[in-house]
Design a protein around this ligand. Structure first.
Ligand code: DGJ
Length: 521
């Protein structure tokens, strides 16, 4: 992670709190409750007009909106920021922050968003060769390609600095979108063939040596296959496999994107991230079935080595095993931010897990502008509750005081140690209540006191410190946070806490509850 240098800390920046990384906006940690637009929506300010209110009805605080190279530099050296300017103006008037997505050299592996003057000049801007074909994909190996992209990206960032450094409407920027080659495991252009046959760069080898014990298991095993050799060609160091092709591509994408990011940061130092199209977990699939070289978990080390100006490597999680992907993206200090995920009911549950369990900087389901009747969606409901507890969440990030969880019939219970107790959190199946889905987060907010938010679970506690062995419920209150202050509502007792036996969250809706416990023998 780089530190913010050119704004004396005023521009949004990342900082550590305990084991967590926080995004600081206007001097305070900010939890992104985001959503991402369809790819083409933000290319027309008029088209966007009815969308803004729909986004506030969804309870978003941040909108992720594409900005493309083709529209800001339609002619070489002639920049047009009218669209960006309009997005800033309209976001501000709706009280929304923006994360801009730089659709530059690549978008989903392809180079469809580069300006037409780049598309047409395949001599000056060399393409990748995939299999025996040239595709509409810029090669990572050509300096002219990254130079032109970096020039445009720096112009965008310089514009943002001029237009937004006093407002902080834009809080982060994504560089490119889901990079990687598809249809082959690596670029086979002449430039790429030469680099692949040449020595593995010394700065990558130094990184591997320095972080040997912390490397991901796949790259570590591949490298140790050559006795962790410190010189040689790619296939000599890591084996003659398509997995090595992917390492090669990851390094070259990381280097390319890093030079674009460095130019942007020099103009305006905002947190930058890249996103990944995840691999399918099917044995018959290999690199090239997913974008080979993108920032996937099994090549994360290459990206950390090659792209120091990128602050966060992020997953676009459409796959069902949400928890596993979150875990795989929180290695080696990489903070969790999810720029794309499903905008569905399960997505609306998963946000609790990412934020509660992994101190996520934020979450952002995709295609939020096409959700019908946004204010009634599961996502709007989840965000309404998370917005209330956001100050508590950021205050407790990185300190072992918060847990998030997802429960279903196949995984009906988890345990977490919080506030000196072991909490057993299980599906709320008591009396006639038979929750089949549970989710939420719990924060240990003070001695013997917890705040929970979620649905369909019950909690029992066991002490972890010396003293009386039995834990009783002192009191449970349902409530809301109004402007950050706790406003208690119903006292929950009787059936609502199983006569003092369990802290319960009905699956009929989401609730926020405060529970205090005591010990006896
Ligand atoms: C992932 C991409 O990053 C998005 O821009 C969009 O193309 C979605 N896939 C489509 O599902």
């Amino acid at each position: 992670m780089t530190t913010n240098t050119n704004h004396g800390g005023d521009a949004p920046y990342l900082r550590r709190q305990g084991t967590a990384t926080q995004l600081v906006v206007d001097g305070a940690p900010f939890l992104i409750l985001g959503g991402e637009l369809h790819n083409s929506s933000s290319s027309d300010l008029d088209y966007m007009q009815p969308i803004w209110e729909r986004m506030t009805a969804l309870n978003l605080n941040t909108l992720l909106a594409p900005v493309s190279w083709e529209l800001i530099e339609p002619e070489e050296g002639h920049f047009d920021f009218k669209l960006v300017d309009g997005l800033l103006r309209d976001a501000r008037s709706h009280g929304l922050r923006l994360i801009l997505l730089w659709f530059g050299s690549w978008k989903n592996g392809m180079s469809s968003y580069v300006p037409v003057w780049v598309k047409r000049d395949t001599t000056r801007f060399p393409r990748a060769r995939l299999g025996d074909k040239t595709a509409e994909v810029l090669s990572t190996l050509a300096e002219a390609n990254w130079q032109a992209d970096a020039h445009a990206f720096a112009a965008l960032m310089a514009y943002l600095r001029r237009a937004d450094a006093d407002h902080h409407t834009v809080i982060m920027v994504q560089v490119e979108n889901e990079v990687g080659v598809l249809g082959d495991s690596r670029d086979r252009s002449a430039l790429a063939e030469r680099a692949f046959a040449g020595p593995v760069p010394q700065n990558l080898i130094e990184h591997l040596v320095e972080h040997h014990a912390a490397l991901g298991q796949e790259i570590r095993a591949a490298w140790e296959g050559s006795g962790a050799s410190q010189s040689g060609a790619w296939a000599e160091l890591f084996g003659a496999t398509t997995a090595t092709d992917e390492l090669f591509m990851a390094w070259h994408y990381a280097r390319y994107v890093d030079q674009v990011a460095a130019a942007g940061k020099a103009a305006y130092d905002l947190p930058l991230f890249v996103n990944a199209w995840l691999s399918h977990q099917r044995p018959e699939h290999g690199p090239g079935d997913w974008p080979s070289g993108g920032p996937l978990p099994h090549v994360l080390d290459l990206w950390l080595a090659g792209a120091p100006h990128i602050d966060i490597l992020t997953p676009d999680i459409y796959e069902p095993n949400f928890e596993e992907w979150c875990q795989r993206y929180t290695r080696r200090g990489n903070p969790l931010f999810i720029p794309e995920m499903r905008p569905t009911e399960d997505g609306a549950r998963n946000v609790f897990y990412a934020i509660g369990q992994h101190d996520a900087i934020g979450t952002s389901p995709f295609a939020v502008d096409s959700l019908p009747d946004p204010s009634t969606t599961p996502l709007a409901r989840s965000y309404a509750f998370l917005q209330q507890v956001a100050p508590l969440v950021v205050a407790h990030q990185g300190q072992g005081a918060m847990a998030g969880f997802l429960l279903d019939l196949a995984h009906p219970k988890v345990t977490h140690q919080l506030g000196g107790y072991e909490l057993e959190i299980a599906l709320d199946q008591i009396f006639i209540f038979k929750a089949e889905i549970g989710y939420g987060l719990i924060i240990a907010t003070g001695p013997d006191t917890f705040i929970g938010v979620g649905s369909g679970f019950k909690v029992t506690c066991r002490p972890l410190t010396p003293g009386p062995a039995i834990v009783g419920i002192a009191a449970v209150d349902e409530g809301i946070f109004r402007d950050g202050a706790w406003v208690p509502g119903r006292r929950l007792n009787g059936d609502e806490n199983a006569q003092g036996i369990a802290w319960r969250f009905s699956d009929r809706g989401i609730s926020i509850q405060q529970c205090s416990v005591y010990r006896y023998e």
